[in-house]
Write a protein of this length. Structure first.
Length: 187
């Protein structure tokens, strides 16, 4: 999210979401099976500049991406909620880009309704040291390595096709008022 440059030919989904989709698919090791998108054009009615993208995965994971050209502040934050811990990655931070929270909810299976009980756990927050190397430099270095050593890239044409397939389904959902659209595996 950022107060960014509007595009004339694509929605905010095509402009900002590809990177987030690529990261999600890499982290999860699977691709979304369905997507629903709500958004609107606030400046130019027919070009959505704000979008809320919800993705469903075969494993049961649900992910949300918020994309906007109209945020007064630049936000590049990813929050991962797990059953044991939580992680926040904030790309706009100079230090402590990653924080791992030992927070959660413990649930005890009740014998009856009167025993229903949740226990909230708040533990340590750890900020591991992350290399300050520029990500674009690392990406270019990986590309050169793949060319020189004739190795397949971490994210190649298949991954790119899956991202584009997902974007097409997301755009169709956006145009259909947020209806959930299946994302077919490419092939």
């Amino acid at each position: 999210m950022n107060l960014g440059l509007h595009q004339r030919d694509v929605s905010v989904v095509w402009d900002l979401a590809p990177h987030d989709l690529s990261i999600l698919y890499y982290w999860l090791g699977e691709h979304a099976c369905a997507v629903s998108v709500n958004g609107r054009g606030c400046i130019v009615a027919e070009i959505p500049d704000v979008a809320f993208i919800t993705l469903r995965f075969p494993s049961g994971v649900v992910a949300e991406i918020q994309a906007s050209w109209l945020s007064p502040v630049k936000l590049r934050r990813t929050i991962v909620v797990g059953s044991q811990k939580m992680l926040v990655y904030d790309d706009t931070e100079n230090v402590e880009k990653v924080k791992i929270y030992d927070h959660g909810v413990d649930f005890k299976d009740p014998a009856d309704y009167g025993e229903f009980q949740l226990s909230y756990r708040t533990g340590d927050i750890v900020a591991p040291k992350i290399s300050g190397t520029e990500p674009l430099y690392l990406e270019a270095q990986h590309f050169v390595h793949c060319v020189v050593d004739r190795q397949p890239p971490l994210t190649g044409g298949e991954q790119g096709l899956q991202v584009v397939t997902s974007l097409e389904a997301a755009e169709a959902s956006l145009r259909a008022g947020g209806a959930e659209m299946p994302i077919d595996p490419p092939g």
